[in-house]
Design a protein around this ligand. Sequence first.
Ligand SMILES: [Zn+2]
Ligand SMILES: [Zn+2]
Length: 252
Amino acid sequence: MSKILERLYLGSYVEAKNQVELKKKGITHIVTVGSELQVLYPGSFKYLYIPAFDLADYELSPYFDQVAEFIHKAIEEENSSILVHCFYGISRSATCVIAYLIKYHQMTSEKAFKFVKSKRSVMNPNDGFVKQLSIYCNKINNREEIKEEEQKIEKGLEVVFEYCCRGCEKILFDEENIVHNKNLSATCLDVYLKYMSWMGQLKNNSSKIVCPNSKCGMVIGYIKREGGKCCCGAHVDKMFAIYPKTLLLKKT
Ligand SMILES: [Zn+2]
Ligand SMILES: [Zn+2]
């Protein structure tokens, strides 16, 4: 059997049969890849069995995650070593080891291929498996990118809303424009804004705030230039008050 990494071996069925040699190498876990093969010593080793054929159109990739994780966990255990084998240790088992290197050692499929080849020169996955590994590698990298995006969102902004007119769904303002009652609390009747340029009616002494969409024109609030108190007791300098029930919140 060929040592690929510390505690990770790649080999053949003949080698997987040799209990004495397995014990000598400190093998505790075995991945058996082959529908024609049997799990030999279930009492002595922890097995993962994958019923694969060495055919270019055989879908081995559905097992990649599972086998990569099994290898990873086996290596992490104390005093453990793992043998991954098929019949010759050339195609199916080598493919599984490469999948593991792609997932847990951030290798590209080409690099992982060359790496395993350098440790076991006879290894030679069939063309179909090589393709599946390349697709798997792309998938893993995309998954990482998506994970990073999700983490960014979790860390930074929670969910950001746009506040729209309920009548016509025109976007009116966002959270940054609110001076009081960002949470639309029930104890504060209204939402108080900074002056927004679309509140043009300020100039002609109207005390109403209407939706700036001329086709809509719904009354959505009022203006109190001298300011005043919100019902929660907070003082608001200049009141550009919007009625919460005229608003529609949309996630950006
Ligand atoms: Zn409107
Ligand atoms: Zn209030």
